[in-house]
Design a protein around this ligand. Structure first.
Ligand code: INI
Length: 154
C-alpha cells in the first residue's frame, strides 16, 4: 500500500491568513496561533500576508477575491462567531462555513477553516489559546499539510 500524505514543513509559496475583526479579542489570539504555526513549521514571514475583514460573513468574499488574483497558494481563514440571543449566529456561521468550502472547491487551492462557532465567551476562550488549544494554530498546521499533500498528488 502506498500511503500518500503531506508533511508539515513549509516550503515555497505565498500564504495568507484572512481574519475577521468581529470578536477581535479572541480572533487576535487565533491570528497569533496561525502565525506561530507558520513560523514553527519553517515558514518565511515575508511570504505571509494578513488580510482583515469586518466579520465572518465577509470571509468567503475576501477568500474568493484573494484566490482569483492567482497570487496566493493557500489561505487560512480565522474568525469567531459567538451565539447570541437571536438566530443571527446561525445565518452568519452557516454562510461563512458554506462560503469558505465552496470557494476552496472552486479554486482547488488549500484553504483551512479556523472559524470558531461557539455558544459563549468561555468556549471561545478555551479554543483561542487556553485549555482546548488554539484553533488558529491548528488551522495553519492543517493548511501546511494540505499544501504539501496537493504537491504530492499533483
Ligand atoms: N460576525 C462575526 O465574525 N462573529 C459574530 O459573532 C457575529 N455576530 O454575532 O453578529 C458577526 N456578525 C457580523 C457579520 O459577520 C457581518 O460582518 C455583518 O453582518 C455585515 O455583513
Amino acid at each position: 500500500m502506498n500511503k500518500i500524505e503531506g508533511n508539515l514543513h513549509v516550503t515555497a509559496g505565498k500564504v495568507a491568513i484572512i481574519a475577521s475583526r468581529f470578536n477581535a479579542f479572541f480572533v487576535d489570539r487565533l491570528i497569533e496561533g496561525a502565525q506561530d504555526a507558520y513560523v514553527r513549521h519553517g515558514g518565511d514571514e515575508s511570504k505571509l500576508d494578513l488580510v482583515m475583514v469586518p466579520g465572518a460573513f465577509e470571509l468567503p468574499f475576501a477568500l474568493d477575491k484573494l484566490l482569483s488574483t492567482g497570487h496566493y497558494d493557500a489561505v487560512c481563514c480565522v474568525g469567531a462567531v459567538i451565539r447570541g440571543a437571536t438566530p443571527h449566529f446561525d445565518y452568519v456561521s452557516a454562510e461563512a462555513t458554506k462560503g469558505i468550502a465552496n470557494v476552496a472547491l472552486k479554486y482547488q487551492k488549500p484553504v483551512s477553516f479556523g472559524l470558531l462557532t461557539t455558544d459563549n465567551q468561555e468556549q471561545t476562550m478555551e479554543r483561542s489559546g487556553s485549555k482546548a488549544g488554539n484553533k488558529g494554530f491548528e488551522a495553519m498546521t492543517t493548511l501546511i499539510e494540505m499544501m504539501n499533500l496537493y504537491k504530492v498528488i499533483g
